[in-house]
Design a protein around this ligand. Structure first.
Ligand SMILES: [Zn+2]
Length: 200
């Protein structure tokens, strides 16, 4: 089996490559990800992340999202599947919205693929009301993103909600989702696979 990022054959790799051949990444690529159990609160809601967002994580995410490399879908949660399934038993995964236009361009919902390995109930209850690409916005404008997310019409919210995203950067998108849930939600937690270093 070959590493999905560098293409190196796992058979010629390190001890871990041979010991854990199911990991889609070789030890060298995996070691470039900064694994860290990060916990903080956003508007009083508990947030959990498993990696510090860095270049290696970003490269992999871009290859998955922008280059439509669906083969990478299980890479992101590979190391934490059991933990998350145990920790959030009884929760429904509520995927944060990406802009529809982008999803259509990609032809797949990248979060749906990324979180499928948890084999937990999953819904996409939100829509982005306006299509804003955050990277072009300043900090103030990013914070205003909280206004751009709404619940889809007629959506039935589950009792226990785990808001899921690939990365939490400013938290603006997540705050937008929390605002959209308002008081209609029961118990809410947030999980982002990676978190910006500012949240450490
Ligand atoms: Zn590799």
């Amino acid at each position: 089996m070959r590493c999905l990022m560098c293409g190196k054959s796992r058979d010629e790799g390190t001890f871990r490559d041979l010991f854990d051949p199911q990991d889609p990444l070789c030890e060298n690529c995996r070691s470039q990800w900064r694994k860290k159990h990060i916990r903080f609160r956003l508007d009083g809601v508990p947030v959990e992340s498993s990696y510090v967002y860095n270049d290696a994580f970003s490269r992999c995410l871009i290859q998955f999202k922008e280059l439509n490399d669906e083969a990478l879908q299980d890479v992101f949660l590979y190391e934490v599947v059991s933990r998350l399934r145990f920790r959030y038993r009884g929760y429904t995964l509520c995927l944060l919205p990406s802009s529809e236009e982008k999803t259509n361009r990609r032809g797949f919902s990248h979060l749906r693929l990324m979180f499928a390995c948890l084999k937990m109930p999953m819904i996409e209850p939100f829509v982005k009301v306006a299509d804003q690409d955050q990277k072009h916005l300043g900090r103030e404008e990013r914070l205003a993103m909280r206004d751009y997310i709404a619940l889809k019409d007629g959506v039935q919210l589950p009792e226990k909600i785990l808001l899921c995203d690939d990365t939490i950067t400013t938290g603006a998108t997540t705050l937008g989702a929390l605002a959209a849930l308002g008081r209609k939600a029961g118990k809410v937690c947030i999980y982002a696979v990676s978190a910006n270093v500012r949240w450490l």
